[in-house]
Design a protein around this ligand. Structure first.
Ligand code: NAD
Ligand code: LMR
Ligand code: MN
Length: 578
């Protein structure tokens, strides 16, 4: 038996449900209180019968609406707003009042609203989180309550959480340490799990691990809502995260953890420390790795070349940069190269220039450092910079994960164009202001020859009478499907091979449905995620880590059908009193 996620919501307030799909509520959850529980509230869509049996008579406007009516009404209000942060606050307000309605609205307008609930506007929401904070959502563990982690988890009114997004806010997008504000990222990522990854909102839990902040301006800000002291480090930090993991395993033994926006060293340490303890993955390392591999594969297909013939330069050697390098290395090996041959095609730079074995480097960077003696080109100073590396290595692919705007200058992009008729240029840093280059500039500098993808959404570029859509190379194309597949298969562990299969599944989906593109349009997020989930389940079965979904002999189509059947869709279910 598999767990059907396409069921009524499971909360503290449910007693049981019957075959006809009625939800029976706890008799104490009645009347006014019911309208204050976002997972249960239906607003004016409570039926006349429900109003009478649930103690709501006289409390609501006389008109009985359908979910559709409510979506139409709210959308009309939404379109009157101009400012992206205002729109974000508006949608978060809907989410905090009425979650089914929020997801109905979001799924009807995914392409328009994704940039508001997610990147790039979520970056602003993170920065302003203390100011826009209204009501509680998710779980916040801080240095004030970590010793009571079990009790804190017991207070969460959800009985069956399957996916947690947890951040310590140390490296949010490209905007750095954000203290308590990082909670907005956990919330935003989980909205995608529901709208794109089919996981019911009652199965999701955003978590903020508030271990303090390195930002004195936040500590000094009277309106800042996080704990006001320096970040925990070393053993104290790990002990904090240990407490979170232990308490989570006890309360939600079926949950998967997605680590999000941990700064570089913590990202690798935390991933390795827990990946065999609890099924977990790091989105910035692994999700980004998979999404970039997928886009590069499709760009090579469009160019009529092979991955193994590319020379790849990556600017940024943090969680994203090293994660992507690792995924590309695996892709190059799958395309027939040895490990050494694959490494010889990958050139990674941090703020000090190209990673070289004679430089003093953090451990996680060492694996991709080149020996200056075998590098094959000359350079000045301690290490070549980006331009020298692009020229010296003969780069055909340029990937930006540095968080530093403008690093892909005209000179750098033109130097890449000198190596290949169609360079791949992926300025992937978020949010928009941190992007390494504007797609319109890259296309102008290369006269339309570059194949471009960005991390944040950009409008299509018009050039010489042609329209170039800009692919969104964002891990949003991977994590919802990866997590959904892991949940359905009840995996014990998330293997690197499962993540790799997610990349190939996204590439295959794109090739099949959008052969001229490197990523599908964002409107296809859920369709793409279903294929990613199916591929992940298949690989989990092969790797022997799937506790459920034990049917091995399903055809690919039957597997997809099964995954589709588990996809949670927003609708109001009839309530009865338990
Ligand atoms: N598109 C996506 O899906 C996606 C996914 C993950 C991260 N990102 C983006 O990538 C950026 C980095 O994120 P991260 O989590 O890896 O951060 P991180 O802090 O772990 O790493 C940043 C890296 O950039 C390097 N760097 C700094 N200045 C540089 C410069 N001038 N030239 C070259 N390298 C430089 C640093 O040395 C570090 O290695 C962020 O803007 C983030 O939004 C995008
Ligand atoms: O959050 C995103 O949009 C992608 C990625 O996880 C990032 O940190 O930039
Ligand atoms: Mn991230």
């Amino acid at each position: 038996m598999t767990h059907n996620l396409n069921t009524p919501l499971t909360t503290h307030y449910d007693v049981r449900r019957d075959e006809a799909g009625h939800r029976y509520l706890h008799p104490l959850v009645l009347g006014f209180d019911l309208t204050r529980i976002p997972l249960l509230n239906k607003g004016t869509a409570f039926t006349s019968e429900e109003r009478q049996t649930l103690g709501l008579d006289g409390l609501l406007a006389p008109q009985v609406d359908s979910l559709d009516d409510l979506v139409t009404r709210l959308y009309a209000d939404y379109t009157k707003l101009q400012d992206p942060l205002e729109k974000h606050v508006f949608l978060r307000g809907v989410q905090d009042r009425n979650e089914v309605l929020f997801y109905a609205l979001l799924s009807r307008h995914v392409e328009e609203m994704l940039p508001i609930v997610y990147t790039p506007t979520v970056g602003l929401a993170v920065q302003k989180f203390s100011q826009i904070y209204r009501v509680p959502r998710g779980l916040t563990l801080s240095t004030l309550n970590i010793e009571r982690a079990e009790q804190a988890l017991a207070n969460v009114p959800l009985n069956d959480v399957r996916i947690i997004v947890a951040t310590d806010s140390s490296a949010i997008l490209g905007i750095g340490d954000q203290g308590f504000g990082g909670m907005a990222i956990s919330i935003g990522k989980l909205s995608l799990y529901t709208v794109a990854g089919g996981v019911g909102p009652d199965k999701t839990l955003p978590v903020e691990l508030d271990v303090g902040t390195g930002r004195q301006d936040l500590i000094d800000d009277p309106s800042y809502l996080g704990v006001k002291h320096k970040r925990l480090t070393g053993e104290e930090y790990l002990r904090f995260v240990d407490r979170f993991v232990e308490a989570t395993l006890e309360r939600y033994p079926k949950a998967i953890i997605q680590w999000e926006d941990f700064s570089r060293d913590a990202a690798f340490t935390v991933l390795e420390r827990y990946r065999k303890v609890v099924p977990s993955f790091n989105d910035d390392i692994q999700g980004t790795g998979a999404v970039v591999l997928s886009g590069v594969l499709n760009a090579c297909r469009i160019k009529g070349e092979r991955l193994r013939d590319q020379k790849i330069v990556l600017s940024g050697a943090g969680a994203g940069g090293i994660g992507v390098t690792d995924a590309l290395r695996r892709g190059l090996i799958r395309d027939g190269l040895s490990d050494a041959e694959a490494r010889a095609r990958l050139f990674v730079l941090d703020s000090g220039g190209l990673l070289l074995s004679d430089r003093k480097l953090d451990e996680y960077k060492r694996a991709y450092a080149h020996d200056p003696a075998t590098l094959g080109f000359e350079y000045e100073g301690k290490a070549p910079d980006l331009l020298a590396t692009v020229k010296g290595a003969g780069a055909t692919v340029l990937i930006g994960l540095s968080g530093i705007a403008g690093t892909f200058s005209e000179e750098v992009v033109k130097a890449t164009l000198a190596n290949t008729p169609r360079p791949l240029v992926f300025p992937l840093s978020n949010p928009t202001a941190n992007c390494e280059a504007l797609p319109s500039d890259v296309l102008n500098w290369t006269d339309g020859a570059a194949i471009v993808a960005t991390g944040s959404p950009f409008d299509p570029v018009e050039l010489n009478g042609q329209t170039y859509p800009v692919g969104q190379g964002n891990n949003a194309f991977i994590f919802p499907g990866l997590g959904f597949g892991c949940i359905l298969a009840r995996v014990r562990e998330i293997t690197d091979e499962m993540v790799l299969e997610a990349a190939y599944a996204l590439a295959a989906y794109t090739e099949r449905h959008y052969p001229e593109r490197i990523y599908p349009p964002v409107s296809e997020l859920s369709a793409a995620s279903i294929e990613v989930a199916a591929a992940v389940i298949k690989q989990a079965l092969k790797d022997g880590v799937a506790a459920e979904f034990g049917v091995r002999d399903l055809s690919d189509e039957a597997l997809l059908e099964r995954v589709r059947g588990k996809f949670w869709v927003p609708k109001y279910l009839p309530f009865k009193l338990g």
